[in-house]
Design a protein around this ligand. Structure first.
Ligand code: AMP
Ligand code: MG
Length: 497
């Protein structure tokens, strides 16, 4: 016997299920990824692999083909998901044009997560695209998504980036790569819009219901017992988005393309494109070179989340009133959506209080924080460093040499005196809420340049190590705490996707 039997094939710990494929067939299109010329692993997330029940060592040694899309892992039945999306306000039918869901990995802890390849070749939804991704943009997603996870912000994860050994053509010719993304699911607001608009004139209302039932089962199973599960679903998605926007803003994160296809109903951050963390604070900051009108600027993010949730509510209207009374359904949706500003403000205030070391609540806390933010903006201070330095009494008290700051500092110290917790408790809270290390743009660009131009992955690995413990002051990673110099500053993140 020279040939190995299928039983001897390594499983690498993959345990796939495919519950998504039980949805009506309109929701997906089955197909394999397109093999690539020379698969090689650029980065592999061993810790995440272990959490998923995969075999890190075996995959690191022999997984390049799988993570580049040249080999299909055992048990996977790849499919491209259909979805639509309001992109900069305009509705389009989209779908995975360069991604494939391999399946749902059943984790040892009982959880279920999507494993998706991004950049794995053309699909039925590619329109005019090549189905591919650049190494630079996939590394950006890997770095930032893993940094967000370390910052305790709900997000999709990154398991691997594999180079394809092929070039892709954007403005210039660049090395191609495939990202392996892990997500609670890839159900987007845009998936609901797809369900609503599919077939246009001959709409199929049952598609929205099937998707809503599936999303509830998968992400909000406790709602099944509710009297009005669809109404509760909208409320819960809204709550998670309100919390997510506050968390993004608390670390100075700007998503950059909050189209409805880039908002997950699970509440995870998804689809890292021209995203960025702010250095100097400016409430209206935009990095994305494709966002010319500033639709997705830093401070607009909560309003855009609400805009996107309104699109979700429109899709759910047929399900929001049992007697199918459209006016009653609209009134229900409006009441839920109207709660967003208050929900967001509560979350944002709570983040700001933690950043200022406040355990108790006072009416003036929000304006105390606002005065600091306004000062930061007026005097062009670094968002991350300003907050991080607050817990260092000497540095904060003397550091700025500025009367406006000194006044604020005094008011803040007085406020701290009015809570029972000690300074050392406040300091611990601040140090756990104000990161020392964030994925600064200029560092990401340096890493991408070294990787893309010189196949030098050392800077990448070092940055990933620095970002893994963002709340710790580690002298050996000091350079990643510093703000960019004038020469290093990056003002726009391009969309060379
Ligand atoms: P994104 O900007 O990554 O959120 O993608 C928006 C839509 O464009 C999605 O439907 C993607 O699948 C599709 N898309 C982006 N880049 C490509 C590409 N290179 N080839 C095919 N489709 C793409
Ligand atoms: Mg997208």
């Amino acid at each position: 016997m020279t040939e190995s039997t299928p039983l001897e094939k390594p499983t690498f710990g993959f345990r796939f299920d495919s519950s998504y494929a039980n949805l009506p067939e309109e929701f997906y299109s089955r197909q394999p990824p397109t093999p690539v010329a020379h698969p090689s692993l650029v980065v592999f997330n061993e810790g995440l692999a272990a959490d998923l029940g995969l075999e890190p060592k075996a995959l690191k040694a022999a997984g390049a083909g799988i993570f580049a899309g040249s080999e299909i892992p055992p048990g996977a039945r790849p499919l491209a998901q259909a979805y639509a999306g309001h992109q900069f306000g305009h509705l389009t039918m989209l779908g995975d044009g360069r991604a494939l869901l391999l399946g749902e990995q059943l984790r040892p802890d009982g959880g279920r997560v999507d494993i998706q390849l991004k950049g794995s070749g053309p699909t039925a939804f590619s329109r005019r695209g090549d189905g591919r991704a650049t190494l630079g943009s996939m590394l950006r997603e890997y770095i930032v998504s893993e940094a967000m996870h370390a910052l305790h912000i709900p997000t999709t994860r990154s398991l691997a980036v594999a180079a394809t050994g092929e070039m892709v053509y954007r403005e210039t010719s660049q090395p191609g790569a495939v990202l392996t993304r892990v997500a609670a699911s890839h159900i987007r607001v845009g998936t609901f819009e797809f369900a609503l608009h599919y077939g246009d004139a001959n709409q199929k209302p049952e598609l929205v219901r099937a998707l809503a039932d599936y999303a509830i089962d998968r992400h909000y199973p406790e709602l099944r017992a509710h009297e009005d599960p669809y109404r509760s679903f909208l409320e819960q998605v809204l709550l998670r988005q309100a919390a997510l926007m506050a968390k993004w803003m608390s670390v100075g994160f700007i998503h950059g393309v909050m189209n409805t296809d880039n908002m997950a109903v699970s509440g995870e951050t998804i689809d890292y494109g021209p995203c960025a963390f702010m250095d100097t604070f400016a409430a209206g900051k935009v990095f994305s070179s494709i966002d010319r009108a500033g639709r997705y600027a830093f401070q607009n993010q909560p309003a855009i989340a609400l805009w996107n949730l309104t699109r979700l509510a429109e899709c759910l209207l047929p399900l929001l009133d049992r007697s199918q009374n459209r006016d009653a359904a609209v009134a229900t949706a409006e009441a839920i959506l109207a709660s967003f500003p208050e929900r967001f403000e509560a979350q944002w205030s709570s983040c700001l209080r933690a950043k200022l070391g406040l355990f108790t609540e006072e009416a003036g806390d929000r304006s105390l924080a606002q005065v600091l933010l306004d000062w930061m903006e007026a005097s062009k201070r670094d968002f991350t460093l300003t907050f991080r330095t607050l817990s260092d009494q000497e540095a904060a008290a003397s550091g700025s040499g500025d009367q406006a700051f000194a006044d604020w500092y005094q008011a803040w110290q007085q406020r701290l005196q009015r809570q029972p917790e000690s300074w050392s408790d406040a300091k611990s809270l601040m140090d756990a809420s104000n990161p020392a290390v964030i994925p600064r743009n200029h560092r990401i660009e340096q890493v991408i340049l070294a990787a893309s131009a010189e196949q030098d992955y050392e800077p990448l690995h070092r940055l990933i190590r620095a970002l893994a413990l963002p709340f710790e002051d580690r002298p050996e990673f000091r350079e990643f705490q510093l703000a960019p110099t004038a020469d290093e500053q990056v003002t726009a993140t391009f969309c060379g996707t």
